[in-house]
Design a protein around this ligand. Structure first.
Ligand code: ARG
Ligand code: ZN
Length: 844
């Protein structure tokens, strides 16, 4: 069944308040609900339908009179009065049997919930849709020591706790946690003087891994006050770490629930990258309190309203904490790795989709990351001051409402007087715009002509031109900036912009700071790229010049068997030896475009990518780079040594990133000697893991791998890394066999999403390994998707995207993948989640 945006109708009733009582029990939990409904005068449809799935109805009543509603797999209907009434129901649910991790479930003996998007209907009968907002009072009866829900604590005693959330909210923000937990506590005083009790709740034994998350939370609270004028609005803010969780985290009002991988960190068990991710996710969920909770979505098609904006906000936060250039580059790397392939393949959908079968399949890089890019463009177009004015108006006008993208854009139109009709296409059209550049130089005038196009897709068969903010600066022949950055606002399919009064032909720096999520298509020379790599004043484009040089170098190696040229090797050498540059930035300069990214470029140019050839080119170029930089590498590695005690801050992390990059190259010429030495003396996880990765890549490290396992066997999150590492760093001919062997390891608890993803995510990322010519990688993944689907459809469905680029490959590989897709599709009782994913991928 397909749901369409155009079918939206408001629910016929308003909910004034919700009372829930839980009698917790692992396999027979009772949930009693009492809900005050009244007809919504603004709505016309008076059908009374309550969602409900996998519930055993014990009793239902309206205004105290028992009724016998009509129940289907999806919910219930019954006759109701044409006046305010009280709905009561008692249902029985089985949290212990809930392996899908949606609704109320058990994780290591702890009760917890995940309701977004449509999990509340597995807890009780309710209008489980985001535009129905109500205040909730919750009573939890249980002997477990810690009983949490949304809002403020009302009272508690032996065997019970009561919570009240004064802020009206949709059911997807409901949360409950009960277990044997310990708190890491702190306080925060808001701008206007509200005292907030903060707590990070974890299982006993994890207390020492909470400090960083708490610190991140306080920074985020302060930042949102300072930058967006947003204050927290309850007396408590609780965060809970859960081991079994489908996604990263969830912004439930006052009670955020986190995948433990997104909270727990200590220097010896978490890497710098883990710390940075935790800081960003803590901020993301906290920021949802305003962009998501106080103002929520009318329906799930509007998901980007809260997710795009909140990702944009957390990116601003991270840029402020850790440096804007490095954050921007990392985000673009991620966008190209995850969103561009989605937008370029069978799963392409607009930032605001128009139809879906299973909404969980639309928590995508397009909705989140492209959704954030769209907001970045809006900000660039209207300017900072108008952007914050528009946001103030958004919060003032829509607080307490469930909104749409139209509401969002209207705020910007009202504040700026702009017509955003064309801009809205960024929300309604799928596909990454391709921006072709031509240039002309005549009589002191330099003209750039851009042509934009979007490949038609099933979602957008007839794409129209979009508004593209193109940030451009010009460099003079000696490398000086002769025109600072300006934003060219492209609105036509083809459009020219002239720069007059120039003394010499300039070198353009186009799409600075990646001012729009497009593919720039510009015929230029490696010499010019090298010039920009040396001189561009825009740090993003300077990095981009190096990236494009690396890309063209690799493509020449793959398609013409060319040797790596001096433009690239010398250009990178000059940048990485420049001590004036941030080490984190230099580390990014040393990375190559990923192998799967190269398949996109080759495919665009009409060349069928050969995974083995791409892998070989990667290996060859890394070796060439290592040889070319050989005299520098020890110095870079030494420069990255940190004497101070470990801190996950940007400065230390940047040094370690550069050190790791240097170590990676060194391992290609010293047989892993330096890596073995680093492993032996590593006193934090960042150094330990970097060293082990290098050893494995070099085909060494067997002893270290075993020692690592012995050292960390009791730490789930570290053992996830142990699984991931072996598959990620396996050579292509061994990756599948290593992965298969690891599935037999006693610690391969495949029902845990983190563990499943550690292994199979790594396999899918091992490009040449996964795409082995005999199809063994495809078959192994398909076997396990089939096994996982009945247990956890959401996680199985997400992993199907490993197949999304299948049409890029040769006929043999396509046939092998098609056979696996068909085998999955033929499984009896396949979930709606996986069915939708496979059918969309297959019909490409
Ligand atoms: N709203 C959460 C976040 O962005 C994501 C939860 C999505 N969960 C899901 N099962 N679809 O932070
Ligand atoms: Zn979010």
């Amino acid at each position: 069944k397909t749901i369409h945006l155009t079918d939206y109708t408001p629910f016929g009733y308003l909910v004034d308040e919700v009372h829930l009582t839980f009698d917790l029990d692992p396999s027979t939990t009772r949930v009693r609900s009492r809900v005050r409904f009244r007809p919504d005068p603004a709505a016309t449809d008076r059908r009374f339908f309550l969602h409900g799935e996998q519930l055993r109805l014990i009793r239902a009543a309206i205004d105290g009179t028992e009724i016998d509603p009509e129940i289907t797999d999806e919910g219930l209907t019954c006759a109701v009065p044409d006046a305010p009434f009280t709905w009561e129901a008692e249902v029985e649910i089985d949290p212990a049997a809930n392996t899908a991790l949606e609704g109320l479930y058990l994780s290591n003996g702890m009760f917890c919930t995940q309701c977004e998007a449509e999990g509340f209907r597995k807890i009780t009968f309710y209008p489980d849709r985001p535009d129905v907002m109500a205040t909730f009072t919750v009573r939890i009866n249980s002997d477990l020591p810690v009983l949490l829900s949304n809002g403020n604590p009302v009272q508690s005693g032996p065997g019970f706790a009561e919570w009240h959330d004064p802020w009206p909210k949709p059911s997807y923000l409901f949360a409950l946690v009960a277990g044997d937990l310990v708190a890491h506590r702190d306080r925060f005083t808001t701008l206007s003087g509200r005292e907030v009790d903060l707590a990070v709740w974890v299982r006993p034994g994890d207390e020492h891994k909470c400090a960083f998350a708490m610190d991140s939370l306080k920074k985020a609270m302060k930042w949102d006050e300072e930058v967006y004028g947003r204050e927290y609005d309850l007396d408590v803010f609780n965060i809970v770490a859960v081991d079994d969780f489908n996604m990263g985290a969830m912004e439930n009002k006052g009670l955020n629930i986190f995948n433990s991988s997104a909270v727990l960190a200590s220097p010896d068990t978490a890497t710098d990258a883990n710390f940075e991710r935790i800081e960003a996710i803590i901020a993301h969920e906290y920021f949802h309190n305003w962009t998501g909770n106080r103002i929520t979505c009318r329906d799930w098609f509007q998901l980007c309203l809260k997710e795009g904006l909140t990702v944009f906000r957390d990116a601003q936060f991270t840029a402020d904490q850790r440096g804007a250039a490095v954050k921007r580059i990392s985000d673009v790397i991620d966008l190209r790795a995850r969103q561009f392939p989605e937008d370029d393949g069978p799963l392409a959908h607009p930032v605001r989709p128009e139809s879906y079968q299973e909404i969980n399949n639309f928590y995508t890089a397009t909705v989140y990351e492209k959704g954030a890019e769209v907001i970045g463009m809006l900000k660039r177009l209207v300017g900072d001051r108008k952007y914050y004015e528009a946001l103030d108006l958004y919060f003032a006008r829509h607080d307490g409402q469930a909104c749409t993208i139209e509401d969002w854009l209207k705020v910007f139109e009202d504040v700026t007087g702009r017509d955003l009709t064309q801009f809205k296409r960024w929300y309604t059209q799928a596909g990454t715009p391709r921006l072709k550049v031509e240039e002309n130089w005549q009589d002191g005038t330099y003209t750039l002509t851009f042509t934009q196009s979007i490949k038609p897709s099933a979602a957008t068969p007839d794409p129209q031109p979009q508004v593209i903010p193109i940030a451009v600066g010009l460099l003079g022949p000696n490398g000086d900036e002769i025109r600072p950055t300006e934003i060219l606002e492209m609105t036509e399919a083809r459009q020219s912009f002239a720069f007059a009064g120039l003394a010499a032909r300039p070198v353009p720096s186009i799409l600075r700071d990646f001012s729009a999520p497009v593919v720039l298509d510009r015929d230029t020379t490696n010499a010019e790229r090298a010039f920009l790599l040396a001189h561009d004043t825009d740090p993003f484009n300077r990095w981009e010049a190096g990236r494009m040089l690396a890309r063209e170098t690799l493509i020449d190696m793959i398609t013409r068997d060319a040797a790596p040229g001096a433009d690239y090797l010398d250009g990178i050498r000059a940048v990485v030896r420049d001590d004036g540059l941030d080490p984190a930035y230099r580390a990014l300069m040393l990375a190559l475009p990923t192998q799967s990214e190269l398949t996109g470029t080759l495919h665009d140019r009409g060349i069928t990518p050969d995974p083995d050839a791409i892998w070989r080119a990667h290996e060859t170029l890394k070796l060439a780079l290592a040889q070319h930089l050989q005299d520098l590498l020890p110095r870079l590695h030494a420069e990255a040594q940190v004497d101070a005690p470990y801190s996950p801050d940007a400065e230390q992390a940047g040094k370690r990133a550069l050190g790791a990059a240097a170590l990676g190259l060194t391992s290609r010429v010293d047989g892993g000697a330096m890596a073995a030495e680093q492993y032996a003396r590593a006193d934090n996880m960042t150094l330990q893991l970097a060293a082990l990765s290098c050893l494995l890549t070099a085909g060494k490290g067997e002893a270290e791998l075993a020692a690592f396992y012995d050292q960390w066997r009791h730490d789930r999150l570290v053992i996830d890394k142990w699984f991931m590492l072996q598959v990620a760093h396996a050579s292509p001919d061994r990756a599948v066999e290593i992965a298969r062997r690891l599935t037999e390891h006693p610690d391969f608890n495949w029902k845990n999403p983190n563990r499943f993803r550690a292994l199979f995510g790594a396999l899918a990322m091992n490009h040449a390994g996964f795409h082995r010519a005999d199809g063994a990688g495809y078959a192994l993944l398909a076997d396990w998707l089939i096994r996982l689907d009945p247990v956890n459809p959401q996680t199985a469905a997400r992993m199907c995207s490993a197949f999304q680029t299948w049409r890029r490959y040769d006929a043999n590989r396509q046939a092998l993948i098609a056979a696996q897709l068909d085998r999955i599709a033929a499984q009896p009782d396949l979930s709606r989640d996986v069915t939708e994913m496979i059918s969309r991928i297959r019909t490409a």
